[in-house]
Design a protein around this ligand. Structure first.
Ligand code: DMJ
Length: 606
C-alpha cells in the first residue's frame, strides 16, 4: 500500500497523510455530492421558470377580449362533436354510372370505393341508375362535344350558330379540357381518347401556350385557368391515371405562380404567361377578387399531394392563413363571417361591400367546406370548418330571406339576397343557387346533428326557389338574376339572359344524393328537357345560351355560345343525378367549383 497527500474539505487546508485508496474514495464522494447539489439547483430553477411562464400565459389570456377567446375556443375544436379526420385507404372499384358492358370495354381504370359505414348513413342508400335518362344526357354530351370538335377544336368555346370557335381564356382549348372527365365518367371512351390524344399532340393549344416554345404574350385569369384547366387536368389524372395530364397541370400552375408575387402574397387576378407580369382587373381598379384568390387551394393542395412538390400548396395556404388571420382579428370589413369582395394586394385592405353568395364571393365559401372535407393533411383544419360555419351563420342572419310559403304543404321558399344590389335586398343571382349543394356538404359532417338538420332544411328551401326560377319562365329556363315579390309571392326578371349555368342542377344533385327523394330527379329532368328545347342548335349540334328567357321560343334569341362549363358542370351533374348512388360517391370524391372531381385523399367523411 502506498501513501499520498489528501485535502480534507471544509476544513482549513491541512495536509494529512492518508492511504491512497481512502483518498480516492473521498474524492469520488465529494464529486458526487457536488454533482447532486448542482442537479438539485438545475431542477429547482426549471420548476420555478415553468411556473413563471405558465402564470404569464394565463394572465395574457385573461386580458383577451371575450370574442377573441370565443374564437380561439372554436378554432381549437373544443367539443367531442367536432368531426375528427380519419385515414382512408385507397382501394379501387368499378367505373361509375356506366353499364357493366361499357365498363368491361372501357379500358381506363376507375373508381369507386364503398362508402365508410357511418358516412353511408348520411347519404341516401340504394339509389339506382335511371338508364334511360342517363342515356339521354350522355347523348347530349356526345353531341355537344362532337360539335366542339368539328367546329372549334383548340379554341376555348364553340359558337354553335356561327360554327366557329371563340377564345375568352387565352385560347387554351378550355372546352376540351373541361370536357375530359365528363367524357370519362359517362363512358364515352372514343371521345375521351380523341380528346386526350389532341391534348398531348403537336397541335395542342395548351401545350402551345404553356410549353417552352411558342409562348404567346397573353394574360390569363388565374381563377379561370385554375378551376377549368388545372382542375380538368387533375381530375383526368385522378380518373384515368394518365401521368402527362398531371405534368401539364404542374406546368400550368408554374406559369400562374408569378401572380402571387405581391407584397401580401395574395395573387393578382391576371398573369401574363410569357412575361410573368401580373395585374388586377381594370374594372376593380386592380383589386383582387375574393372568389378568385379564395378558390385555389383545393386544386393547388391536390397538385402538391399528387406530385409530392409542396410549393403549390404553400402558395395557396398562405392566402388562407392571411384570410383566417384577418377574420380572427375581426377587422377589415369582415362581418359575421362574411368577407368584402375586393382586396388590395399591396395594402392588405378589403373594400367593396357586397357580402353575398353570388358572383365575386361564392366559391370562396364553397372551398372552405370542400377543403376541410377533402384535404387529409389540411393545415389548421379546424379553422376552415369554423370559418365555414361562421359564414353560414352570417348568411342566416343577413342574407337568407323567405318570400313564400306553400299553404298546402307548409314548404318554405327561401333565397339569398344580393345584399347591396341596386334592387335592394330582394334579388338573387342564379350563381347563388350553388349554395344548397354547399350546405348539404356542410351538413355531412356538421358539429352537431341540429346544425346538420338546419343546413339541409335551408338547402331544400333555397333549392325550391332555384327550381321556381326555371318553372316561372315561359321556356322553363331561369334568368341570371331575379327579384322576389314577398307580397304576391312571385318572381320577376332582373337579368333575362341564361348562360347554361350549372348551379341549380348542381344543388339538385347534392340534395338527391342526400335524401334520395325522387322530387329532385323529376325537377332535374324537367330542367334538362327545357334546356334541350331552348339550347340545342340543330345546324351544328352545339347547345347555346339564351339572351332573353321571357321569350316562349328562346332559340330566336340564342347567344351563339356554348359555355365550357356546360360540358364540365351542367351536363355532368345532370348525368350523375340519374346515375347510381355509388357513382362518384361524395365520400370518395370532391368536385371543384368547375365540377372536376378529385379523389379525397387521406381523410374519409365520418
Ligand atoms: C363556373 O365557372 C364555376 O362554377 C364558378 O365557380 C362560377 N360559376 C361558373 C358557372 O356559372
Amino acid at each position: 500500500m502506498s501513501y499520498t497527500r489528501g485535502i480534507v474539505k471544509g476544513k482549513e487546508e491541512a495536509t494529512i497523510i492518508i492511504p491512497v485508496v481512502c483518498g480516492r474514495r473521498e474524492k469520488k464522494r465529494s464529486r458526487k455530492r457536488r454533482r447532486f447539489i448542482l442537479l438539485c439547483f438545475i431542477r429547482i430553477s426549471i420548476a420555478v421558470l415553468s411556473i413563471y411562464v405558465f402564470l404569464s400565459v394565463a394572465s395574457h389570456f385573461d386580458k383577451k377580449s371575450e370574442s377573441e377567446l370565443e374564437y380561439s375556443k372554436k378554432m381549437m375544436g373544443n367539443d367531442d362533436n367536432i368531426f375528427k379526420g380519419k385515414t382512408q385507404d385507397q382501394d379501387q372499384g368499378s367505373v361509375v354510372g356506366v353499364s357493366t358492358q361499357q365498363q368491361s370495354t372501357f379500358s381506363a381504370k376507375i373508381i369507386e370505393k364503398k362508402p365508410t359505414s357511418s358516412s353511408s348513413s348520411f347519404w341516401a342508400n340504394d339509389i339506382k341508375a335511371d338508364t334511360k335518362k342517363l342515356a339521354e344526357v350522355k347523348e347530349a354530351m356526345q353531341e355537344c362535344f362532337n360539335a366542339y370538335k368539328t367546329y372549334a377544336l383548340g379554341h376555348d368555346e364553340l359558337m354553335p350558330r356561327s360554327k366557329r370557335g371563340s377564345d375568352d381564356f387565352g385560347s387554351i382549348g378550355a372546352t376540351l379540357i373541361d370536357s375530359l372527365d365528363t367524357l370519362y365518367i359517362m363512358g364515352l371512351k372514343n371521345e375521351f381518347a380523341e380528346a386526350l390524344g389532341y391534348l398531348k399532340g403537336p397541335e395542342s393549344a395548351i401545350k402551345n401556350l404553356f410549353g417552352d416554345e411558342n409562348q404567346r404574350d397573353v394574360s390569363v385569369s388565374v381563377f379561370e385557368t385554375n378551376i377549368r384547366i388545372i382542375g380538368g387536368l387533375l381530375s383526368t389524372y385522378d380518373l384515368s391515371g394518365d401521368k402527362e395530364t398531371l405534368e401539364l397541370a404542374e406546368t400550368v400552375a408554374a406559369h400562374l405562380m408569378p401572380a402571387f408575387d405581391t407584397p401580401t402574397g395574395i395573387p393578382h387576378s391576371l398573369v401574363n404567361v410569357k412575361t410573368g407580369i401580373s395585374s388586377g382587373q381594370r374594372w376593380t381598379n386592380g383589386a383582387s377578387i375574393l372568389a378568385d384568390f379564395g378558390t385555389l387551394h383545393l386544386e393547388w393542395a391536390t397538385l402538391s399531394e399528387r406530385t409530392g412538390n409542396p410549393v403549390y400548396a404553400a402558395h395557396t395556404e398562405h392566402v388562407f392563413d392571411t384570410l383566417a388571420s384577418l377574420a380572427r382579428r375581426g377587422e377589415n370589413g369582415i362581418v359575421k363571417g362574411l368577407f368584402p369582395h375586393l382586396f388590395n394586394v399591396d395594402t392588405g385592405k378589403f373594400s367593396g361591400g357586397r357580402n353575398a353568395f353570388g358572383g365575386l364571393g361564392d366559391s370562396f365559401y364553397e372551398y372552405l367546406i370542400k377543403c376541410w372535407r377533402s384535404l387529409g393533411d389540411l393545415k389548421d383544419a379546424q379553422i376552415w370548418r369554423v370559418m365555414f360555419d361562421d359564414a353560414i351563420d352570417g348568411m342566416k342572419r343577413s342574407l337568407l330571406r323567405e318570400w313564400r310559403k306553400d299553404t298546402a304543404t307548409g314548404d318554405v321558399y327561401a333565397y339569398l339576397s344580393d345584399m347591396l344590389s341596386n334592387n335592394g335586398e330582394r334579388s338573387m343571382e342564379h350563381l347563388a343557387c350553388f349554395a344548397p349543394g354547399m350546405l348539404v356538404l356542410g351538413a355531412a359532417e356538421a358539429p352537431t346533428k341540429a346544425l346538420a338538420d338546419e343546413y339541409v332544411q335551408i338547402a331544400k328551401n333555397i333549392a325550391r326557389t332555384c327550381v321556381e326560377m326555371y318553372s316561372s319562365q315561359p321556356c322553363g329556363i331561369s334568368p341570371d338574376q331575379v327579384m322576389f315579390n314577398h307580397e304576391t309571392g312571385t318572381i320577376s326578371v332582373i337579368n333575362a339572359i341564361n348562360v347554361q349555368r350549372p348551379e341549380t342542377v348542381e344543388s339538385l344533385f347534392y340534395l338527391y344524393r342526400k335524401t334520395g327523394d325522387d322530387v329532385y330527379r323529376t325537377q332535374a329532368w324537367t330542367i334538362f328537357q327545357s334546356m334541350k328545347k331552348a339550347y340545342r342548335v340543330p345546324e351544328s349540334g352545339g347547345w347555346e345560351g339564351v339572351r332573353d328567357v321571357r321569350n316562349k321560343t328562346p332559340l330566336i334569341s340564342g347567344d351563339d355560345k356554348m359555355q365550357s362549363f356546360f360540358l364540365a358542370e351542367t351536363l355532368k351533374y345532370l348525368y350523375l343525378i340519374f346515375a347510381s348512388g355509388d357513382a362518384m360517391h361524395l365520400n370518395e370524391w370532391v368536385f371543384n367549383t368547375e365540377a372536376h372531381p378529385f379523389r379525397i385523399t387521406k381523410k374519409s367523411s365520418d
